[in-house]
Design a protein around this ligand. Structure first.
Ligand code: NAD
Length: 464
């Protein structure tokens, strides 16, 4: 097999390119962001993704991995061209396909023989057929009729563990109508194929649907446990015990049953919106998904509300914020709950001392509208000095074992908002914190006290 081009050198494109080159293939990563490619030429990795840097370094050294802004050169030299550009939401929530179209047209404009065009971006059902149309249009303009095939090969990696996910996938989905393309794709993934990774071979539309259905289902599962958590708070139940017991049921599984401040990131928010739009478009409403989108928005707002409920008037109050990225181990802040929470609180006059190990570059432009209310700190403890409360939004590992004596001493008031439930309520209360988690019976301290008193009275009577 000749070289493979990966167009779009972002979270998905760079990881795909690096890992495929590590499998021994010759890869050219293409991006139209010159700065990104210049950085990569200098050995600077434009994103934070654990474990990625040495793979890039190693494969550049062995000349299996290269970077360019010149898509013509890449299409020219490669048999297989992956499209891994962004598909952000348009105004109406549907996926904006302008970047996918631009790449497809570039392939048609520059191809010089048979090519397999692989769609790795997450795209609405039917996009594979549109890609064919765009390529064909460009070929017609050139008066040419080269043969080509389109494949849908959705990606399931998670930021923060992308390298492991790419190299150890639960399944590889390949959707195409062409046997020739299917064979080429098996060669691309031969390392995984030989390792007995399950391969789902299907048509293009099914492959496109698999990606949306998977993401929407996971988003729904998170939202379900978030709503259960909210109800737990009202009825005095503990969601962590509920989730643990639910998760023991093999049909449910314990994964994605962790309540929190709402899902964010570059995938779930836009993919749920896009699937809901597709449902409307085809007259087959995705009502559960539509509700998931609404409930998730509410969940983020509820977190800001929890803080206001406890602290009262927020004017001039200072909050220590730990974690801004949408999840740990990434610098990605796309749709991070932190954005909604901080904006809502800022409107009420709160000020913030924030710390995140990796997300400052993004935070500084994503939160620039409230920049006068934010102080960026060098470490977690600096945020707490003279703050009225501590708020954990993202569960970076280093926030799991804070020096709690130091935290208590630094804070003006011992309010501890743990929106990832990484501390134990009883321990925290014993240490004198006013602890507010998600779905752990917060707001029911009085009820629990009453219950305890009743139990003590009952115990005394029995011993009499
Ligand atoms: P990203 O924004 O990190 O990267 C996209 C890259 O494409 C950017 O570097 C951009 O400069 C480049 N680009 C845009 N137009 C181009 C063009 N015409 N020519 C060359 N380069 C171009 O996006 P991402 O997070 O890697 O996501 C890419 C796709 O993969 C999306 O459809 C996303 O939904 C899907 N996906 C993402 C993840 C994830 O965790 N990030 C996981 C699975 C699937």
């Amino acid at each position: 097999m000749n070289k493979i081009a990966i167009v779009g050198t972002g979270y998905v494109g760079l990881v795909t390119g690096a890992c495929l080159s590590d499998f021994g293939l010759n890869i050219i990563c293409v991006d139209n962001d010159k700065q990104k490619i210049d950085d990569l030429h200098k050995g600077i990795i434009p994103i934070y993704e654990p474990g990625l840097e040495p793979i890039v370094e190693r494969n550049v050294y062995y000349k299996r991995l290269s970077f360019t802004t010149d898509i013509k050169e890449a299409v020219d030299e490669c048999d297989v061209v992956f499209i891994a550009v962004g598909t952000p939401p348009a105004e109406d929530g549907s996926a904006d396909l302008q970047y996918v179209e631009a790449v497809a047209r570039d392939v048609g404009r520059y191809m010089n023989g048979y090519k397999v065009i692989v769609d790795k971006s997450t795209v609405p059902i039917g996009t594979g057929q549109r890609v064919k149309g765009w390529v064909r249009e460009e070929l017609e303009k050139r008066g040419l009729s080269y043969d080509f095939d389109v494949v849908s090969n959705p990606e399931f990696l998670r930021e923060g563990s992308a390298v492991h996910d790419f190299t150890h996938p639960d399944r590889v989905v390949i959707g195409t109508e062409s046997e020739k393309a299917m064979e080429l794709m098996k060669q691309v993934y031969s390392v995984l194929y030989l390792n007995e990774t399950p391969f789902v071979e299907t048509n293009i539309e099914t492959a496109e649907m698999i990606k949306y259905a998977s993401n929407a289902f996971l988003a729904m599962k998170i939202t379900f446990i978030n709503e259960i958590a909210n109800l737990c708070e009202k009825v005095g139940a503990n969601v962590q015990d509920v989730a643990r017991a639910m998760g023991r049921d093999g049909r449910i599984s314990p994964k994605f049953l962790h309540p929190g401040p709402g899902y964010g990131g570059s995938c779930f928010p836009k993919d749920t919106l896009a699937l809901a739009e597709i449902g409307k478009q085809y007259g087959s409403p995705m009502t559960l998904v539509e509700q998931t989108v609404k409930a998730n928005e509410l969940q983020k707002k509820l977190m800001a509300q929890k803080i206001e409920d406890e602290l009262g008037d927020l004017e001039g109050k200072q909050l220590a914020i730990l974690g801004l990225s949408f999840k740990p181990n990434t610098d990605d802040m796309r749709e991070s709950p932190a954005i909604t929470i901080l904006n809502d609180l800022a409107k009420k006059g709160a000020k913030f001392k924030v710390y995140d190990p990796m997300a400052y570059k993004e935070a500084k432009w994503r939160l620039k509208n409230i920049k006068d209310q934010i102080t960026y700190c060098k470490n977690e403890y600096e945020t707490m000095e003279d703050s009225d409360a501590l708020v954990i939004i993202t569960e970076w590992n280093q926030f799991r074992k804070l020096d709690l004596d130091r935290v208590k001493k630094a804070l003006r008031q011992p309010y501890f908002f743990d929106f990832r439930n990484i501390y134990k309520r009883d321990d925290m209360e014993k240490r004198g914190f006013k602890y507010i988690g998600v779905g752990q019976g917060s707001g029911n301290i009085q009820m629990r006290e009453e219950l305890k008193t009743k139990q003590e009275v009952a115990a005394t009577k029995t011993s009499d």
